[in-house]
Design a protein around this ligand. Sequence first.
Ligand code: S3P
Length: 457
Amino acid sequence: MTRQFILMSASVITVEIKENVPHKLIIQQPPSGLYLHGFIRVPGDKSISHRALMLGAIALGETQIQGLLLGEDPRSTARCFQAMGAEISELNTELVRVKGIGLGNLQEPPDVLDAGNSGTTLRLMLGLLASHGGRFFTVTGDGSLRSRPMSRVVKPLQQMGALIWGRKGSTLAPLAVQGQSLKPTHYHSPIASAQVKSCILLAGLTVEGQTTVTEPALSRDHSERMLRAFGAKLVSDPETNSVTMTGPAQLIGREVIVPGDISSAAFWLVAGAIIPDSELLIENVGVNPTRTGVLSVLEMMGADIQLENQREVAGEPVADLRVRSSHLRSCTIAGEDLIPRLIDEIPILAVAAVFATGTTIIRDAAELRVKESDRIAVMAQQLNQMGAQVRELPDGMEIIGGTPLTGTDVDSHADHRIAMSLAIAALKSSGTTTIHRAEAASVSYPEFNATLQQICQ
Ligand code: S3P
């Protein structure tokens, strides 16, 4: 059940759907201005949804998932694992049942596995495929995913004995995998990446002995939490940001309750903070400490945000987040410990910085250049088109806040987080903003555009 309403002062938002895609989202500022007020329930966490489907598929017995994200990305994961023999009931938010086929039992699919736009699907799945001896797999994705770097997972897998081929020296999808029995490894990852860490841990599930990943800073730890809950033996060392799994593992299906995605909540946190006379309560949001960098930064910027009703649900910390209009100040967003805790929220934090007083510096975030789009270049271009003062840095942005924005035509570059960040910027821009390719939001937040539209009628 979703209880979702925001009250605004006028009906200002339209989505223009000519054919199926692409969609234009048109946001028009009413002369009297607008405000936001009410309760929001954001959809399930994308990272946890992927992992629940994957671990459910390879565990023994049944996994029941509540609160699954119904976005395009988890749908890609479900399709891939169905093609390899897992029985997954129709996807819905109430209850999805996954009949696991047991570790090492994924079947060779008769066709190419398509991960769509989802880096998490492709990179995590690769670890599992590489360890399935005697089976051959081919994997691909959409144009964005086929241009994203895969060597970060191919290299460590090759170190474990994996046989993988692909374009540009096996660095780009499509990739072909000849499954093998792999050997244990201790991989020192040069980047703090949960996709890299999870890929190696999944590859190590059937390996006899210890598989260790050490990262320069701790990335999101949903895989570790869920693998433990399914019965794998993992030991984390916070001193060295290492995790060691002793295999072979035994995974048993279980209940997973997916909390709301803090990456989706971030759009409303910023909207509530920058739009005068607003107050929003965003219920049931995952507040895993490896994901709450956005809260630390918004607090540093002076946002009035309170965590209420803090609790633990199925191994993940959860809270309701209350945000009220605030006067935002600039800040510096940098550092190898902070950036991995908010990497997906930088586009919307850039919007917050545009409306803050002073100059915000974002650094140490070169990873943004290899996300679903080059998020540094795209956010700088699109916000500047609306009148902002954003300068690209090799690994971030310099944002001079306080210049009023004017609505114009902008483009999501088919990147979900860019589409939604621009929509929030448009709520505080004069005139009319048209966001092209707004359907991209459906990757992680299918209700986003419709909600904006509905709630304004
Ligand atoms: C994710 C990890 C992050 C994040 C992505 C989801 C995951 O990517 O940006 O949206 O679910 O493991 P990296 O591991 O590349 O940092």
